[in-house]
Design a protein around this ligand. Structure first.
Ligand code: 9MR
Length: 864
């Protein structure tokens, strides 16, 4: 019933204050304006001022309280695990689709705690209309949250979930109202200066572009200043006009010709000055290390050492210490099998505690590919990922750190295989996760849920086969026993998948993500390719060449992701040394894919190749980065700088040159994502917990409204794709962190880092590598290096990689040193300078296994 003016309750006078409070507690958008009062609101809450004691309110049985002076104070016991282990609430609040409401209350607490305030369906599946996490203090604070109901709720529930604290505390509530007729919430993110730049930095010899948001229809002048304020370059913008995906009218600023280097440059145009950025430096080297060091505190089954990952130390998760119930002997859900598996270890998938083989496989593969690219690409530098390079505990074992990290996951994936003798032996269980979804925050060691193996699937089995096969060839120089074990698992898995080619994951809809995939043609192709690359065997080659994907174009607009993995096969067949008869065709397909992606990117005013369809999917940032992986491969295969420049310009979007002026990598840039959805980096909900580690990628804009979480529903309705993002821990659909997305970042940051290091340019030498002859156990090769420039080359060094199973036996006319896969040739021509136009030739005898010896895709030449 509408209230008349004299009866208007105190909340209406508090609106302005309430709005300010909401901002102060970290709301990303302004609360509704006071005009809401023009139409008299109805308060749906009964007895919100507690004048009638606790009439109409209820609590869980573990709570007691008392009302005094219009305030209800409740004693909350300590030692509960979940927010919903202690609740106060009121039922029967009718909400209508599309109507906007405002929840108001005043609360204080005897300790600094965050509680969970919900307006929701009162029964499973508890559809939420509003979910907020007010942070309470000893002082009473007034909170105000506007929201629009996304569905009809005939009798919604208002609930304050106040469990999850170790110590007992007191919760005091007063002046509660749920008002109709509110102004719809408005999303007003801080987009910073209208001159949008890569907030991290540009390479001195790379493309340097920015995007200006402006209504101007003619070109406007721009100026580039250094940190001291000195003008170092200027010019005029190029008018682009309206851009649908960002909803902005934009110009492009191209300052590529600026030659200055240093920190703290700014761009000024149209009366706006950009955030500062660097030109040159080693930002991408650091980013690659950070993106790869993200995985250690994401590990399950091991205590995280705070000395190694400062600020992130915690107890081991899921090692069978109560209240954890796993993962040492996990059985199948619903008693579907009569065995239990030890599946401790691996990486938690994301912000949840689930471990999913499909996503684990692609993540481990992309992490391993950081290393494998560094082995084979002309600008690759495997030393960057050597033992001691990352923040993880396995220093001093002589194994490249990046492989140590990948092994943590690969061993878990291997443990998910159905044991010999069982039905479906050799297949991989699709996933292992909690029986029910848990709330936030929740440390891994505190997860009380039972955990189960979900049924095996063909997709998971092939992901296991691909990742284990890749691990086998990369580990062979370091741990032959593990390499052999991984290969055996991979071969067994592939055989099992051939036997059971159509077992698709069925999701039971609780406790973990689905990762369903009903088309496994691409997984078969990828697994066969990895097994062929590792073994060289004809049977796998036949699987590769017999796949319908072998001739086809797999470089469509969707790119590659956990559900579409054929591109991974093509990239590896093109770049990892092998004797596939039509390998040149595969190389041409990859380069054509890079051309298509580059053309889309070049046409875009943000250098964003993704999203031409008008939709940004869940995890769009990873899709953007995976396209850049393809461009980078184009560069590795052709040496054509346009692909390299495409990767560098493409990174701009991720690092702040976008509609929101936001860098999606924690710790990088002036304005970056830092509240990614996670149960243990939950600083937004509990100030004693950290934000995600530096180098964590956010999932990014997601314009598919049907997939949205309550926070996205509340703030993003009607958004244009580039702006369908909110840096709020509750927004798993736009702002989660995951092991697969960070792998995309690691690959691209590593590529950029290696370009940073290559800015000195490559010396003018050309190399020819010829396998002169071979026999079952060996081969001989001749290598010729020619000075194609005008200056003598001093101290020429060549470097290439030997595939698994090959090694140097004896060389002449050069000193050859083999370390793992990498061969380095020095003292060429007796160590004399190589004069212009002259050639040094040397040779060697190599040992090999049954696989053919082939020339490496690239031989790197350095001097000095
Ligand atoms: O990354 C996944 C995305 O492609 C799907 O559309 C989405 C919904 O099924 O799930 C995403 O994966 C989530 C997984 O199911 C559970 N862990 C967190 C993942 C990232 O949000």
């Amino acid at each position: 019933m509408p209230l008349s003016a004299p009866e208007r309750p105190p909340w209406s006078r508090r609106l302005a204050f309430a709005a300010a409070t909401a901002l102060a507690v970290g709301m990303a958008a302004a609360a509704p304006a006071a005009q809401a009062q023009e139409e008299e609101p109805t308060n749906l809450v009964t007895n919100g001022d507690f004048a009638d004691g606790t009439t109409a309110w209820w609590t869980t049985a573990n709570l007691t309280g008392a009302v005094a002076d219009g305030e209800w104070c409740i004693d909350v016991p300590g030692g509960t695990l979940n927010p919903w282990d202690a609740i106060v609430g009121q039922d029967g609040l009718p909400l209508v689709t599309g109507e906007s409401y405002e929840l108001q209350f005043t609360a204080r607490a005897s300790a600094d705690v965050s509680v969970r305030a919900l307006v929701q369906q009162p029964v499973d599946p508890w559809v939420t209309a509003l979910e907020e996490f007010p942070a309470l203090t000893a002082e009473p604070q007034s909170f105000s949250y506007a929201f629009t109901a996304g569905a009809d709720f005939p009798a919604a529930q208002l609930a304050f979930q106040i469990g999850r604290n170790d110590e007992p505390w007191q919760f005091c509530l007063s002046e509660v109202a749920l008002l109709t007729g509110a102004e719809p919430p408005v999303y007003e993110p801080d987009t910073g200066p209208r001159v949008r730049v890569n907030q991290v930095g540009y390479l001195p010899d790379g493309p340097k572009r920015a995007t200006l948001v402006t209504e101007a229809t003619d070109p406007v002048p721009w100026q580039l200043h250094d940190a001291a304020g000195t003008l170092v370059a200027d010019g005029e913008t190029a008018v682009h006009g309206d851009d649908a995906a960002s909803g902005e009218s934009v110009h492009v600023i191209d300052f590529s010709s600026a030659a200055a280097t240093g920190e703290g440059f700014t761009l000024t145009a149209d009366g706006e000055t950009s955030y500062p950025f660097a030109i040159g430096g080693d930002a991408y080297g650091a980013m690659a290390v950070d993106a790869l060091s993200f995985y250690y505190p994401q590990r399950s089954g091991i205590a995280i050492d705070d000395a190694i990952a400062p600020g992130y130390g915690r107890e081991a998760g899921h090692v069978d210490v109560a209240p954890n119930q796993g993962d040492g002997a996990v059985t199948c859900y619903g008693g579907a099998c009569d065995y239990a598996l030890d599946v401790t270890g691996g990486w938690y998938d994301a912000g949840d505690h689930g471990k999913y083989v499909v996503n684990g496989g692609i993540s481990a593969a992309q992490v391993m590919s950081v290393y494998e690219r560094a082995l084979h690409a002309p600008t690759g530098d495997a030393a960057r990922y050597a033992d001691g390079s990352l923040r993880l505990p396995e220093h001093g074992d002589g194994v490249p750190d990046v492989l140590d990290e990948a092994r943590w996951e690969v061993e878990f994936l291997m443990s998910m295989q159905v044991p010999a003798g069982e039905e479906l032996a050799g297949m991989a269980h699709h996933k292992i996760h909690d029986e029910n979804w848990t709330g936030l925050p929740l440390m891994p060691a505190d997860d009380p849920e039972a955990r189960f193996l979900e049924p095996p699937s063909t997709a998971a089995t092939l992901n296991l086969a691909a990742a284990a096969a890749q691990a086998s060839r990369l580990f062979e120089p370091y741990d032959a026993e593990f390499a052999a074990q991984a290969l055996e698992v991979a071969e067994t898995a592939f055989a099992a998948a051939l036997e059971h080619p159509e077992i698709y994951a069925v999701d039971r809809g609780a406790g973990g993500g689905p990762y369903g995939d009903d088309n496994v043609t691409d997984e078969f192709y990828w697994a066969a390719a990895e097994l062929f690359l590792t073994t060289g065997e004809q049977a796998y080659q036949d699987q590769v060449t017999g796949s319908e994907l072998h001739e086809g174009d797999v470089f469509g607009p969707g790119g590659f992701w956990w559900g579409e993995v054929a591109q991974l096969a093509k990239i590896d067949l093109a770049t990892v040394p092998n004797a596939l008869p039509d390998r040149d065709d595969v190389i041409a397909q990859v380069v054509a894919g890079a051309d298509a992606y580059l053309a889309q990117q070049d046409a875009n005013p943000w250098d964003l190749g993704y999203g031409a369809s008008g939709t940004f999917d869940w995890g769009s940032n990873s899709a953007v980065l995976n396209r850049l992986v393809v461009l980078g491969t184009g560069f590795d295969l052709t040496g054509d700088a346009k692909y390299r420049d495409g990767v560098l310009a493409g990174l701009d979007y991720i690092l702040g040159r976008n509609a929101l002026g936001n860098s999606y990598v924690t710790g990088y840039g002036s304005h970056y994502s830092q509240n990614q959805h996670s149960r243990w980096y939950a600083n937004q909900l509990d100030p004693s917990l950290p934000n995600p580690p530096v180098g964590t990628l956010s999932g990014g804009p997601n314009s598919a409204a049907s997939t949205w979480d309550p926070v996205a529903q509340r703030w993003l309705t009607g958004c244009v794709p580039q702006r369908c993002y909110i840096d709020d821990i509750g927004s798993w659909a736009t702002n989660e962190l995951t092991i697969n997305w960070n792998a995309s970042l690691a690959q691209v940051a590593a590529f950029a880092a290696e370009q940073e290091a290559a800015v000195q340019g490559t010396p003018s030498c050309s190399v020819e590598y010829l396998v002169n002859g071979q026999w079952p156990s060996g081969f001989n090769a001749q290598v010729a290096v020619t000075n194609t420039g005008d200056e003598p080359l001093e101290g020429v060094t060549l470097r290439w990689t030997m595939p698994t199973g090959q090694s140097i036996v004896h060389s002449w006319s050069a000193a050859l040193d083999q370390n793992g896969h990498t061969v380095t040739a020095t003292e060429l021509g007796g160590g004399y300078a190589l004069k212009p136009g002259r050639t040094f030739t040397f040779g060697f005898i190599g040992a090999k296994d049954a696989r053919a010896a082939v020339s490496p895709a690239t031989v790197t030449c350095t001097v000095g």
